[in-house]
Design a protein around this ligand. Sequence first.
Ligand code: CTP
Length: 475
Amino acid sequence: MTDFNTLFDQIIAELGGRDAVMALLDVGPSALSNYRKRGTIPSAKQALLDEALARKGLTFEADDLRLSARNSGEMRRVLLIITGGIAAYKALDLARRLMERGISVTGVMSKGAQEFITPLSVSALTGEKVYTDLFSLTDEAEMGHIRLARETDMVLVAPATAHFIAKMAHGMADCLASTICLATSAPVMIAPAMNPQMWAHPALQHNLTTLAQRGVEIIAPAIGDTACGEVGAGRLEEPIIIAEQVSARVRQTHQTVALSGKHILITSGPTIEPIDPIRFIANRSSGKQGHALAAEAVRRGARVTLVSGPVTEPPPAGLTHISIETAHQMKEACEAALPADSAICAAAVADWHVVGASTSKHKKTQAGPPVITLATNPDILAGLCQHDKRPSLVIGFAAETDNLETAAREKRIRKGCDWLIANHIVADAEQSVFGADTNQVLFISSDACEDWPSLKKTDVARRIFDRMEAWFDCD
Ligand code: CTP
């Protein structure tokens, strides 16, 4: 049984660390030390912890001194498939982070992974047997690969090498790890790690798109130094971030929530259009509204594909995030993500791109500035509305500076979407909706025009999804 201090450490980790817990309880470090010494927490403070844990879908079971997911007596189980890259050593930290979040971890290792870390170290850390061999008679006697694949709440491949991703995309079953990926009915998440050139290669990206279309959720690698000395996208995402995303997703799979079974496609952020390798045309979109919508859709149990331009906002946990730059890339990613039950186009798509963007830097010359010719970008929202696989509920956003209601009503009809959420844009950057946390919008459908009060973007998202749930119920 867990002792009080181990449990208290788990609670602190779940709630965002010591500082966050001290702020929540309104106490200093000495109070936390006293709780540890006494092995109890005063009831008023315990109530605050219970409330915060409940918001994360957890409950504190005082009798057993353990944290567990609410509405279910069982522990969440994750099958952690470790494949053979240098980042395999980070899988040990990842296993620990998952366990801190009340998740039990069973390790499965590919042959390559065993070149980097040993099954013994994974097993010592997780306290569970580690599986390595498809044809092991002992393993088959104890737990066949099909049972292993089925009796889990999630399959997580981390790190996922380019080779293993290719095997998954092609449905190969030549080892225990790839066989599990085919045999499982649980959600599958992968956290790739590789050299930046390999990550950028069209073959790898094509395999990822295939997997995303099949519902595999991808935790994109981070940008930075990689083990091979090159800098770029390819580093395994930090174990703590992966653990957060997996924990959010694994809990969601146990909740029967209103939008479970629905696939929602959301665009967010700006698109940027290159002028040359250094310069581009951009806009002020922060992605806050689109990302808030995506987070709300995940909370309500939907499978979410978020196609986003470059923003500083991190992608919410528990969804498939496809990162793009240009309008053409956004269109391609959206169409590849179909079918979807609903599409919400919250991105500020650039209306134009530069014709024949230069592959070398424009230099200052005597002839004066370069002449830039623009061409119109495809309209992604209108394209989705006319698509053979049109989602049954398509929602657009509109940014207008003049005659908000008339322009928005006209835009809804012109684009062919069901609902349109319209913002009034002011010239003053201080009061602008771009980058702000609040939004004041008109909600427009074929038979309604509602003026919503100024709301936090998260509350605008909530209202839109309340509407969507009602709409799907009546559908
Ligand atoms: N949109 C899109 N593709 C584009 C342009 C816009 O999908 N190329 C979507 C936006 O995501 C938004 C809606 O269309 O949901 C309206 O965007 P907005 O910028 O207000 O409209 P525009 O079509 O650009 O029209 P205008 O600039 O003339 O107001």
